[in-house]
Design a protein around this ligand. Sequence first.
Ligand SMILES: Nc1ncnc2c1ncn2[C@@H]1O[C@H](COP(=O)(O)OP(=O)(O)OP(=O)(O)O)[C@@H](O)[C@H]1O
Ligand SMILES: [Mg+2]
Length: 268
Amino acid sequence: MLATLPAAEPETTQLLEVRGLSKSFRGLRALDGYALDLRPLTIHGVIGPNGAGKTTLFHILSGFLRPTSGTIYFAGQNITGSPAYRVARLGIGRTFQNIRLFGELSVLDNVKVAMQRQWPPSLVATLLSTPGFRRRERELEAAALELLERVGLARRRDQLARNLAYGDQRRLEIARAVGTRPRLLLLDEPSAGMNPSETQELLALIRRLRDDLGITIVLVAHDIPLVMNLCDRIQVLNYGKLIAEGHPAAVRANPDVIAAYLGQARRA
Ligand SMILES: Nc1ncnc2c1ncn2[C@@H]1O[C@H](COP(=O)(O)OP(=O)(O)OP(=O)(O)O)[C@@H](O)[C@H]1O
Ligand SMILES: [Mg+2]
């Protein structure tokens, strides 16, 4: 009877498995042979000079861009080339280097819209404002408020998003991404524009997202102390290619990394 059993699925311990990922823009190789094995509950950092391909990598992982070649497995499923809405539904959330908020909506509504997009109510329930719909609305609001508490923006709930300080806009972006209930969250330069104390709060927030909500994190940042303190592992990209990866201390001491990036970052 054993012969009729289906072959066992290969046991995968990785949440994300990327192989040979490349992207060319008219001859320019923005990403070249990128690979990643990401264990669940890791906080993983990607660093590298401007134009190294970090945002391009995030665009591909989140389905905003199709790779020229390579494969992406998320939770054992091949998601290579899947469109962004599908990738989001499967559990990959992201933020954007250039913040994308609804400036004319309140902070609270920004989060509600993000959460609702993922699980839209039926049109009929909405139009008829059924009891079920109203209950759902209350639940949505409570969940959105809880998220704002988590990122430290609850007291700004009624402000228009465009009136928030830059650092607060970044935290609102994170709240919106977390509102889609991701298993994996990609943060593109979450500390850009933050002062040192905001950056410290951000570090604690990212740790809590991992520890309390069980979200695995990949982040891009130019803030070297943040990356070194926060990340379990780091990769360094330069001209689209991985030039180093490993534990933060080892990467920091790598001569290639110092030559390509850290020397320059220290002078900056
Ligand atoms: N849509 C596009 N069309 C053409 N070239 C692009 C496009 N997007 C990115 N590039 C190029 O690809 C390379 C990588 O860009 P990318 O934005 O991924 O870099 P990055 O590492 O995120 O840089 P930064 O630290 O400045 O954000 C750059 O040379 C960039 O000019
Ligand atoms: Mg970028």
